[in-house]
Design a binder for this molecule. Structure first.
Ligand code: MN
Length: 272
């Protein structure tokens, strides 16, 4: 396992669960200074993204790119893979494809979270899940050309009505033709939806490809009431070797949230 911390480059997402908001140079310097191994970026889009700057910052600070989010497609452009309008669904897919290309060039996977949308109106739950499955087949195959998986994140009930639990996600993914989708286990969403976090992690096993490391209240681990040691033990048991990425609110401030995350690794005896 390795440590990672989130950076938002999307002003419209202000208030969202990302630690750093003041640009990549500051985020990389601070993350590396605290001993993080990687950053996870929430970009505004692939267009206009300064790839050369990212490459140079990662190398300068010996950081790796853990993953890139696609949520700006929803936050900024209101795109979703399950929208009732086929033209919007197509634009959603192209937006995600462009992030797969951007992250893939750095050997990192893209994340499908809020871009999954929700079922409503003319779109039944079955139809939405079929639309989502079709998109994952296509985008999962595209991610494979970079030798990376595509990450799918089950969200809590207030953010989607499609699939909320890790176990249900695992059963659903096992029915797809592609074997290149991995589950993003977000401990904040899981705190709301699972009856037992370690059990859910063990059940999904090798399908887990990324972890959003957040406490029950979306703050740094240790600032809420999630028992983290059994979660770490379950991740060890399934042989998880991916990121523990702090997708958390910058509370009381970014520096304290980042430091608390590092402290929580030490307290849970996570060694990298
Ligand atoms: Mn998340």
């Amino acid at each position: 396992m390795y440590s990672a911390i989130t950076v938002s480059l999307v002003p419209e997402a202000k208030g969202g669960p990302f630690v750093y908001w003041s640009g990549l140079p500051e985020a990389c310097a601070d993350a590396a200074g605290l001993g993080f191994a990687a950053i996870e970026i929430f970009p505004r889009g692939a267009e206009g993204f300064d790839r050369a700057e990212l490459k140079s910052l990662l190398s300068q600070h010996s950081l790796k790119l853990a993953a890139m989010g696609t949520g700006a497609g929803w936050v900024v452009h209101k795109l979703s893979l399950t929208h009732s309008d086929a033209a919007i669904r197509l634009r959603a897919r192209e937006f995600i494809r462009s992030i797969i290309d951007l992250a893939g060039a750095f050997g990192a996977p893209a994340i499908i979270g809020s871009m999954q949308g929700r079922w409503e109106g003319d779109v039944t739950r079955d139809k939405a899940l079929n639309l989502l499955a079709e998109a994952l087949e296509d985008l999962g195959a595209h991610a494979a050309t970079y030798g990376v998986p595509l990450l799918y994140e089950p969200l809590n009930r207030y953010e989607t009505n499609l699939i909320n639990c890790v176990g249900d996600t695992a059963s659903w993914l096992r029915k797809l033709r592609t074997n290149n989708i991995r589950i993003l286990a977000d401990l904040f969403h899981m705190n709301m939806e699972e009856s037992d976090l370690p059990v859910a992690i063990r059940e999904a096993g090798s399908l887990i490809g990324h972890v959003h490391f957040a406490d029950s209240n979306r703050r740094a681990i240790g600032f809420g009431h999630t028992a983290i040691s059994p979660v770490i033990a379950a991740l060890r048991e399934i042989g998880y070797s991916g990121a523990l990425s702090a997708e958390i609110l910058p509370q009381p401030d970014a520096a304290t949230a980042a430091r608390q995350t590092m402290l929580s690794f030490q307290r849970a005896l996570v060694t990298f």
